[in-house]
Design a protein around this ligand. Structure first.
Ligand code: ADE
Ligand code: ZN
Length: 320
């Protein structure tokens, strides 16, 4: 099947680590895991909320030790993304999650970036890299890591904010985002995934983000929805993720089509595809069955994704 050209804007590269690759890297690096085989690992992918997922997501990162490990993970993602119709990807990584395990910034950055550098030639997928900061850790640590990334000339296009949301409001990172903005970086943040609609407002007004990752809890606040429609704030929604983490009961109840029809600037993405049951195409196919996503909806989602990207106008317009 031919695919419409999409931009993947909400993807954590560590969330593309498929169970088979987890086991292979564990063997390669002599890392002991509490699973004997892929089946046992897969059986652990039964989440009750965001934190239950994050616990496994961070634990599995133990297998990422060398530049080659990061490169192999990134290459596997790009090959799969190309088959899903992704022509541009803005890829988040979690530098602090590696630093706290003793993996230097350079190892993660150079491993990922070495593969992104040739992604357009190798897979027909242009790419940008976004450093995501862990909101359940102190802002002072994030500031040091941002300085480290800027100091080493890491090829990052932007910063994001992720990890456990409730109790960690965006305003906690006001200085981090001000510093990133001063450095000329793009700004995005997870908000309104599990946390309240007020976090969406705060991410816009205090951090000055250009896109909201998730944002589904904004639907609890009609005045905020009106604002998001008026300002056409991009919301990068991840349906299979929302169901896997029980932010939404079932895919049939997922509000993404209703959001589109209310005039919100929504696009669909895969978040952590190895953990939540699929990549961009899997999300679209599942929505087709569950909520009657039409070809016209797909066209709008594809266009929204490209317009919400940080692509230079030339390539963006060529893909539109
Ligand atoms: N890190 C990786 N996936 C995430 C998600 N869905 N929410 C918050 N932080 C994350
Ligand atoms: Zn995410």
């Amino acid at each position: 099947m031919t695919h419409l050209p999409f931009a993947e804007l909400h993807l954590h590269i560590e969330g593309t680590l498929e169970p088979e690759l987890v086991m292979e890297l564990a063997r390669r690096n002599g890392v002991a895991l509490p699973y004997d085989d892929v089946g046992e690992l897969r059986a652990a992918y039964d989440f009750t909320d965001l934190q239950s997922f994050l616990d496994l997501y961070y634990a599995n990162m133990a297998v990422l030790r060398t530049r080659q490990d990061f490169a192999d993970m990134t290459a596997a993602y790009l090959a799969r993304a190309a088959t899903a119709g992704v022509r541009h990807a803005e890829i988040m990584f979690d530098p602090q999650a590696h630093l706290v395990r003793g993996v230097p910034l350079e190892v993660a950055v150079e491993g990922i970036a070495s593969v992104l550098a040739t992604s357009e030639d190798d897979h027909g997928v242009s790419t940008l890299l976004i450093a995501a900061f862990l909101r359940d850790r102190p802002e002072a640590e994030a500031l040091d890591v941002l300085d480290g990334l800027l100091g080493m000339g890491a090829p990052i296009a932007g910063v994001g904010l992720d990890s456990a949301e409730i109790g960690h409001p965006p305003a906690k990172f006001a200085r981090l985002f001000a510093r990133a903005r001063a450095a000329g970086l793009h700004l995005v943040a997870h908000a309104g995934e599990e946390g309240p609609a007020a976090y969406v407002t705060e991410a816009l007004d205090v951090l000055g983000v250009e896109r909201i990752d998730h944002g589904i809890r904004a639907l609890d606040d009609d005045a905020l929805v009106s604002r998001l429609v008026a300002e056409q704030v991009p919301l990068t929604v991840c349906p299979l993720s929302n169901v896997a983490l029980r932010a939404v009961g079932t895919l049939a109840e997922h509000p993404v089509v209703a959001m589109l029809e209310r005039g919100l600037n929504v696009s669909v993405h895969s978040d952590d595809p190895a953990y939540f049951g699929g990549y961009l195409d899997d999300n679209l196919d599942a929505l087709t069955t569950a909520v009657g996503l039409t070809r016209a909806h797909r066209v709008r989602l594809a266009e929204n994704s490209l317009r919400a990207s940080f692509l230079p106008a030339g390539r963006r317009d060529a893909l539109l």
